[in-house]
Design a protein around this ligand. Structure first.
Ligand SMILES: Cc1ncc(C[n+]2csc(CCOP(=O)(O)OP(=O)(O)O)c2C)c(N)n1
Ligand SMILES: CC(=O)[C@@H](O)[C@H](O)COP(=O)(O)O
Ligand SMILES: [Mg+2]
Length: 637
C-alpha cells in the first residue's frame, strides 16, 4: 500500500515526517497524471499546488478552519487528502466527482467556486460571521496570480484590509493565468519575485528603518517623509501592506518545510495577512512544466509522452470564429479584439500573432473588457469582445448600460454557449439568451453551423450598433464554407424544411437535430416544418406568426435554460400577436445542469432526435401504439 491510501482525512498528514511528505507528494502527482490522462482536466494547476495543499492541511484543521479555493480548478490534491481518493477516478464524469469544490461532496469544501476572483470576498464573509458568532477558527483564501487580476479580488482586498479581521490570503504566484499572466499587478509580482531581497525578511528592514534617529520636530517631519520613501524602496509587498495586510514572502512554494513555517507564522498573526508563495505550474511532469497553458485544462493524453490524443474532426466553432476574424481584420484596420485572459480558449491566438497592436488581453476582467470595448467603439474602432457565455454573466450591467443603452458598435462574441461538458454547472453557458434577449438595441444571433457563423460575424461587423453572437463549445458540422462572405438579413429566420403538422424551431446547431427529428417524424406520418431561428432578437415575427397559425403546434429546442429562453420568446410572440389555440412544447433545461459529456447531457435533457419525437408524441401528433417502427440510429430520452 502506498502512503496516499493511508490518508483518509487531513489529520493523517500530521504524523508524517518530511521524507514521507516528499514521497506522498510524488504519489499524488502520479495519481493525478494517471487519472487526468484518461478523463482530461486541470492538470498543471494541480501539479503546482501539491506542497502548498499538504502544508495547508497540516497547518490548519479543515473543515473547522475554512479553506476557500479561488476558481477551484486546483482542488484535486485537496480532494485526494480529504477522503475522496476512492472516487477520484470519476472526476469530471457524469455523476462523478466534480472538478471544482462541491459542498455536497465534503465538509472540507466550504465554498463552491468555478468563476474566478471570488475567494477573498467569501473569506471576508466567513471571517465576519466567525467574529459575530464569537468563534475562533482560521479562514484562508487561496488565490492564483491570474485570479488576482479580477476586479472582485481588489474589491475584497479593499474591504478586508480596512476591516482588520483575522484572515489569510495565500497568493499562489506561478506567473500564469491560463496563458502567461498580464497586467500591472502581474508586473508588480514579478518585481517582488526578482527582488534581490527575495529572502530578506520584512521585519529586518522595518527594524533598520526604526533605528533612523529622530531629532527635533522639523527634522522629525523630514525624516518621517524620508522614511516613508525609503519604506517604498525597501519593504517588499508594500501595496498589500498599504492596503492593511501583513505581507509575508515571497517564498518557494515547493519547499514543504518553508511553506509550513510561513503558514504557521500567518496563523499566529492578527488581522489580514497575505502569504506570497511562488510555484511552478505543472511542477513534476515535464510536458506540463514546458506547456503549462496546454496542460492547464487538458483533454486526454498519453501519460508517457504528454501527447494529446486527437481525433480527426471538423474545426471547432471557436477556431472558425478566430480564423474569420483574422481574415476580416486584414481588410478592415479598425477591427480590434479583446479577451479576458482567454486568448487561446476563444480562438484568438492567431489574431494575437497577426495583429499584436490590435489585441488586448485585459486579464480576468470581463466587466472591464466590455466597458473598455464601448470606449474603443466610441473612439472609432470596431471591437470584438470574445468571452465565454458563463463569464459574460459577470459583465451583464456593462453590456446593458455601457454598450446597449448607448448603442456602441461592439460585437459580443459569446463562446461556449450551451452546455460545455465536464466542467459542469459553473461553466455551462445556458443563461445568455434569457439575460441578453431582453436588452433593447441588441441584435442577438446564433448560427446553425460553422459556415453560417462566418457570415454572421461578417454581418455583425457591418452593422451599426451592438450585436451578440452565440456559438457552442464543439466541433462544427463539417459543412463546406462559401465565399464571399455576405450579410444575413437582420431578424430573418430560415425555413429549412416545410411541413403542415408542426413546427420545430431551433436556435444554433441544434437545428440540425431538429432536421433529423423531422425525418423520424415523417416515418410516423407527421410532416414537420423546421425553422432555423437565427435571430433571437429581433424575432422574425411575420414568419413565425404565419407558421404558428398554419400548424397550431410548435416544438422549440434550445441548448439553454427554459425560463426566459428562446421558447419563452416564442410564447411571448404568440401572446403579443393574439395567436390562439397553439400548443407548444419547449425542450431545454429546467435547472442547473450537471457535468457530463455534451452528447450525454443533450440526450438526458431531450435535446436529441428521440427527445423531439417524444415531445411530438406529447403534442398528440401520433400515438406510439400506432407506430411500431423503431427509431433509427438516435439517442436521447
Ligand atoms: C470569471 C472567470 N473568467 C475566466 C475564467 C477562466 N479561467 C479559469 S482558470 C483561469 C486562470 C487562473 O489563473 P490563476 O488564478 O493564476 O490559477 P493557476 O491556474 O495559474 O494556478 C481562467 C482565466 C474563470 N474561471 N472565471
Ligand atoms: C477553470 C476554467 O474556467 C477554465 O480552465 C475552463 O475549464 C476552460 O474550459 P475550456 O476547455 O472550455 O476552454
Ligand atoms: Mg497562476
Amino acid at each position: 500500500m502506498g502512503l496516499l491510501e493511508s490518508i483518509h482525512a487531513p489529520k493523517d498528514l500530521r504524523v508524517l515526517n518530511l521524507e514521507e511528505l516528499i514521497k506522498l507528494a510524488q504519489e499524488i502527482r502520479q495519481e493525478m497524471i494517471d487519472v487526468v490522462s484518461k478523463n482530461g482536466g486541470h492538470l498543471a494547476p494541480n501539479l503546482g499546488v501539491v506542497e502548498l495543499t499538504l502544508a495547508l492541511h497540516r497547518t490548519f484543521d479543515s473543515p473547522c478552519d475554512k479553506i476557500i479555493w479561488d476558481v477551484g480548478h486546483q482542488t484535486y490534491v485537496h480532494k485526494l487528502l480529504t477522503g475522496r481518493l476512492d472516487r477520484f477516478k470519476t472526476i469530471r464524469q457524469y455523476h462523478g466527482l466534480s472538478g471544482f469544490p462541491k459542498r455536497a461532496e465534503s465538509d472540507c469544501d466550504c465554498f463552491e467556486t468555478g468563476h474566478s476572483s471570488t475567494s477573498i470576498s467569501a473569506a471576508v464573509g466567513f471571517a465576519k460571521a466567525r467574529d459575530v458568532l464569537g468563534e475562533r477558527h482560521s479562514v484562508i483564501a487561496v488565490i492564483g496570480d491570474g485570479a488576482m487580476t479580477g476586479g472582485m479580488a481588489f474589491e475584497a482586498l479593499n474591504h478586508a484590509g480596512h476591516s482588520e479581521t483575522n484572515l489569510i490570503v495565500v497568493l499562489n504566484d506561478n506567473e500564469m493565468s491560463i496563458s502567461p499572466n498580464v497586467g500591472a499587478m502581474s508586473s508588480y509580482l514579478s518585481r517582488l519575485r526578482s527582488d534581490p531581497r527575495y529572502d530578506k525578511r520584512k521585519e529586518d528592514i522595518e527594524y533598520l528603518l526604526k533605528r533612523i534617529p529622530v531629532i527635533g520636530t522639523q527634522v522629525a517631519k523630514a525624516v518621517a517623509k524620508a522614511k516613508d520613501s525609503l519604506k517604498y524602496l525597501l519593504v517588499p509587498g508594500l501595496i498589500f501592506e498599504e492596503l492593511g495586510f501583513t505581507y509575508l514572502g515571497p517564498i518557494d512554494g515547493h519547499d514543504q518545510a518553508l511553506v509550513e513555517q510561513l503558514l504557521t507564522q500567518a496563523k499566529n498573526k492578527k488581522g489580514p495577512v497575505l502569504v506570497h508563495v511562488v510555484t511552478c505550474k505543472g511542477k513534476g511532469y515535464k510536458p506540463a512544466e514546458e506547456n503549462p497553458d496546454i496542460f492547464h485544462g487538458v483533454s486526454p493524453f498519453d501519460p508517457e509522452t504528454g501527447k494529446i490524443i486527437k481525433k480527426s474532426a471538423p474545426p471547432t466553432y471557436t477556431a472558425v470564429f478566430g480564423e474569420t476574424l483574422c481574415s476580416l481584420a486584414k481588410i478592415d484596420p479598425k477591427i480590434v479584439a479583446i479577451s479576458a485572459a482567454m486568448p487561446g480558449g476563444t480562438g484568438l491566438k492567431d489574431f494575437v500573432s497577426q495583429f499584436p497592436d490590435r489585441f488586448y488581453d485585459v486579464g480576468i476582467a470581463e466587466q472591464h473588457a466590455v466597458t473598455f470595448a464601448a470606449g474603443l467603439a466610441f473612439g472609432g474602432l470596431k471591437p470584438v469582445v470574445a468571452i465565454y457565455s458563463t463569464f459574460y454573466q459577470r459583465a451583464y450591467d456593462q453590456v446593458l448600460h455601457d454598450v446597449c443603452l448607448q448603442q456602441a458598435n461592439v460585437v459580443l462574441a459569446i463562446d461556449r454557449a450551451g452546455v460545455v461538458g465536464d466542467d459542469g454547472p459553473t461553466h455551462h453557458g445556458v443563461f445568455d439568451i434569457s439575460i441578453f434577449r431582453i436588452i433593447p438595441n441588441l441584435i442577438f444571433m446564433a448560427p446553425k453551423d460553422e459556415n453560417e457563423l462566418r457570415h454572421m460575424l461578417y454581418t455583425a461587423l457591418q452593422h451599426r450598433g451592438p450585436v451578440a453572437l452565440r456559438y457552442p463549445r464543439s466541433v462544427g458540422q463539417g459543412v463546406s464554407m462559401d465565399e464571399p462572405l455576405k450579410e444575413i438579413p437582420i431578424g430573418k429566420a430560415e425555413v429549412m424544411r416545410e411541413g403542415r403538422d408542426v413546427i420545430l424551431i431551433g436556435i444554433g446547431p441544434i437545428v440540425n437535430t431538429c432536421l433529423l427529428a423531422a425525418q423520424e417524424l415523417r416515418h410516423r406520418g407527421v410532416e414537420a416544418a423546421v425553422i432555423n431561428l437565427r435571430f433571437i432578437s429581433p424575432l422574425d415575427r411575420e414568419l413565425l406568426s404565419h407558421y404558428a397559425r398554419q400548424t397550431k403546434k410548435i416544438i422549440t429546442v434550445e441548448d439553454h435554460i427554459l425560463k426566459g429562453g428562446m421558447g419563452s420568446a416564442i410564447l411571448e410572440l404568440l401572446e403579443e400577436e393574439g395567436i390562439e389555440g397553439v400548443t407548444l412544447e419547449r425542450i431545454g433545461y429546467d435547472a442547473f445542469v450537471d457535468q457530463g459529456s455534451i452528447s450525454q447531457l443533450h440526450s438526458v435533457h431531450g435535446l436529441s432526435v428521440k427527445g423531439i419525437v417524444k415531445a411530438a408524441e406529447r403534442l398528440r401528433l401520433f400515438h406510439t401504439s400506432q407506430t411500431p417502427m423503431p427509431l433509427s440510429g438516435t439517442t436521447g430520452k
